[in-house]
Design a protein around this ligand. Structure first.
Ligand SMILES: [Ca+2]
Ligand SMILES: [Ca+2]
Ligand SMILES: [Ca+2]
Length: 137
């Protein structure tokens, strides 16, 4: 393939990752990149569906410190500074994932996100996201 055409094809592919109406901000994209990078537990530059799901399960387990299956304010640590950090993180996650708005995050809510970021990015549905292929803004 001609070089210019290849670059154009890559650009088209990158923009296809996100529908135009839901064009993510640079900040959102940076966040997604950070999440995916963390999820790449064997650091091979590819995030598999398995790695992604394991990473999400890990995040939930960290939030649900008392292990009752729900992430809530009850899970906050006793130390004040740690508590503040936890609450901030929890509020962020609740804003995204607390579908019924009860201030508690159940595992079901966490496991069925409104937007499955992995599926959104994995356009060819092969269950693998190659980090180097992520669009750059
Ligand atoms: Ca990997
Ligand atoms: Ca809990
Ligand atoms: Ca809830």
């Amino acid at each position: 393939m001609h070089k210019t055409i290849r670059i154009l094809a890559a650009a088209a592919l990158a923009s296809a990752c996100f529908p135009v109406a839901a064009q993510p901000s640079a900040e959102q994209l940076e966040k997604v990149r950070a999440i995916l990078k963390e999820a790449d537990t064997n650091s091979d530059g590819r995030v598999t569906r398995r790695e992604y799901d394991a990473h999400r399960a890990d995040i939930f387990a960290k939030l649900d410190r008392n292990g009752n299956g729900v992430a809530s304010a009850d899970d906050a640590p006793k130390i004040r500074i740690a508590k503040k950090k936890f609450t901030e993180k929890l509020e962020q996650v609740l804003a995204m994932a607390d579908k019924n708005g009860d201030g508690l995050l159940s595992r079901a809510e966490w496991d069925q996100p409104e937007r499955d970021i992995f599926a959104l990015i994995d356009q060819d549905e092969d269950g693998i996201i190659i980090l180097a292929d992520l669009p750059v803004l």
